[in-house]
Design a protein around this ligand. Structure first.
Ligand SMILES: [Zn+2]
Length: 271
């Protein structure tokens, strides 16, 4: 059951897996918040989900839980579509999730891709560990610009490319006549795969690309719009799927190294 998805497994399957010992649950943490005019509100959730699933595929006995798509995003509240539950609720959700998870799993790792979650996440992990539960947090350190700029645009271009690169038709359908390939569309019809092309090319805009350290005081006090009217902190110019793939690969290595150092189960070498 390497890399199993919790939401696709049955309770007896998970019970039997956990009974063998050494089980690790990875819970991706994202956000639902504006990412400028060209990236979707679920950008952070997509990135966390991809990293957690890819890591779980390399970690024997790992299971990936459903992604938490809400977090602490109050500084983006001025932009339509942002859904924030705030820092206090985020911390409480993570504490309660951790308590519940530790009834089944030996270890719990939150895989977080949203900077606003860092403080409540650290507080939640501290509380869980204080209760004797083996919980940890990991967040990627991509570097680059802060929000909806070259870094996140490259990451999303890489995820889009990976989605397009899936074998078509799926292996189960090989040998049958190929169905027509539908054009990419922004809204998936019922029953279609969830993900379609996320990045809106041609509408990306340069934002405020001053270092985050210079902006953070005003950003925290007045929100993102006060420092960047279009919601972008950085500059998407030059973003590419190749750059995103390299960033994802480096983050994945770091994530796997974290788990390797933590567990005795070992991590399979990437092929
Ligand atoms: Zn983001």
């Amino acid at each position: 059951m390497t890399g199993a998805r919790l939401d696709r497994a049955t309770s007896p399957e998970i019970r039997d897996r956990a009974a063998r010992g050494g089980s690790t649950l990875l819970v991706p943490l994202g956000a639902t918040e504006q990412h400028g005019p060209h990236l979707p509100l679920g950008t952070d959730s997509d990135i966390a989900t991809a990293l957690a699933r890819d890591a779980a595929a390399r970690i024997p006995g790992a299971v990936v839980g459903p992604t938490l798509p809400y977090g602490s995003s109050g500084e983006h509240q001025d932009f339509a579509g942002t859904l924030s539950i705030g820092a206090a609720a985020t911390e409480l959700v993570l504490v309660e999730l951790g308590r519940s998870a530790s009834d089944t799993f030996d270890r719990l790792l939150f895989v977080n891709a949203h900077g606003g979650n860092l403080a409540p996440l650290a507080a939640a992990v501290e509380r869980l560990r204080g209760e004797g539960r083996d919980a940890r947090a990991w967040s990627p350190r991509f570097g680059g610009d802060a929000h909806a700029g070259r870094t996140e645009t490259s990451l999303m271009l890489a995820l889009d490319a990976a989605e397009r690169g899936r074998p078509f038709p799926p292996p189960a359908d090989r040998g049958r006549p190929n169905p027509p390939i539908a054009p990419l569309r922004s809204t998936a019809p019922v029953g279609a795969p969830e993900r379609t092309t996320a990045v809106r090319e041609g509408v990306a805009e340069v934002g405020n690309d001053a270092p985050l350290a210079e902006l953070i005081g005003r950003l925290r006090a007045e929100g993102v719009r006060a420092v960047s009217p279009n919601g972008v902190l950085g500059d998407p110019t030059g973003a590419s799927a190749a750059e995103g793939r390299a960033l994802l690969a480096a983050a994945l290595e770091d994530l796997c190294a974290t788990v390797r150092a933590w567990t005795t189960a070992g991590v399979e070498v990437a092929s």
